[in-house]
Design a protein around this ligand. Structure first.
Ligand code: NCD
Length: 304
């Protein structure tokens, strides 16, 4: 893979994606072979927004490769509180680490920050923009459970503000997939994302009703309504609680349906689905470790 920075799923070719997923498969099959691979490597963590999975799985990934983390810690105890710019902070952190993961509430921040540093900068989520490493673990999970070609996928929930959705939709254009987007009218895909998907020749359809499309799906990817991104709380309240699924909803689905969610869930997936064969979201979250190990291995020159 020849990328210095990973800021958007748009930059990932099918070859790049397969290189990461294949390496992740090797790592999952033989983790001991990678245990000292990046001994002494340091991964800088700069999280300006809450995170459990992304931060912890990146930490686990670098440690399982023999490296360690240097963590900026909570924003309110960092120099950002003194008015330091993101560009300055990231330029300082690159001197402490061999690669940096940045999560930030502003869309475009990872791209901007990457222009100031030479070490690989990985976007761990930029506002409603992109979340490319979530996409890699989503693709790994889809490949394991349903295969990535001749795939019919439904992506449901907050398609407007959901960065995991925007990233996944772009990446899926590399494969033979039919993408169905299910959301309330007010949370449809942003126009620019829809435009880019059409430009890629992607087959996408938009729906407000899950039932009409559910029986044809191989994968249903459910997302949380991104409360923190709504400019107006009353707009959030209008759509909160819509598009929930439970075991009864899935009576219309194929037996082989894979239900995914980037997590955290609020109430989009009822707990009665957790113990069914459909539920794949905890496995998906666990796949974050081998997939991020694979990405770090490739970015840190594991093949040289
Ligand atoms: C997602 C995120 O932060 O975008 N979480 C994650 O990284 N697994 C999804 C979300 O917050 O809803």
């Amino acid at each position: 893979m020849r990328h210095d920075h990973i800021t958007s799923a748009k930059q990932l070719s099918r070859g790049d994606i397969e290189a990461v997923l294949d390496r992740a498969g090797e790592i999952a099959g033989n983790p001991a072979a990678y245990a000292d691979r990046h001994e002494g490597a340091l991964l800088g963590l700069m999280f300006f927004e809450p995170s459990t999975r992304t931060k912890m799985s990146f930490s686990a990934a670098i440690k399982r490769l023999g490296g360690d983390i240097v963590d900026m810690g909570p924003v309110d105890s960092s120099s950002v509180q003194k008015g330091e710019s993101l560009a300055d902070t990231v330029r300082v952190v690159e001197g402490y680490a061999d690669a940096v993961v940045l999560r930030h509430p502003k869309e475009g921040s990872a791209q901007m920050a990457s222009e100031f540093v030479d070490v690989p900068l990985i976007n761990g989520g930029d506002g409603a923009g992109q979340h490319p490493t979530q996409t890699l673990l989503d693709l790994y999970t889809i490949r394991e459970n349903a295969g990535l070609d001749d795939l019919t996928i439904g992506i449901m929930g907050d398609l407007k503000y959901g960065r995991t959705v925007h990233s996944l939709a772009y990446a899926l254009t590399n494969f033979d997939t039919r993408q169905h987007f299910i959301s309330p009218e007010s949370l449809k895909l942003p126009r620019n994302v829809r435009y880019d998907l059409h430009e890629q020749g992607s087959s996408i359809k938009e729906h407000t009703d899950l039932e009409e499309i559910l029986p044809s799906l191989d994968v249903l990817y459910v997302t949380r309504i991104q409360k923190e991104r709504f400019p107006d709380e009353s707009e959030y309240r209008k759509v909160a609680g819509e598009y929930q699924i439970d075991a009864e909803t899935l009576e219309l689905a194929k037996d082989s349906l894979t239900v995914m969610h980037p997590l955290p869930r609020v109430d989009e997936i009822a707990h009665d689905i957790d113990d069914t064969e459909y539920a794949t979201y905890f496995e998906q979250a666990h796949n974050g470790v081998p997939v991020r190990m694979a990405l770090l291995d490739l970015l840190l020159g594991g093949d040289q």
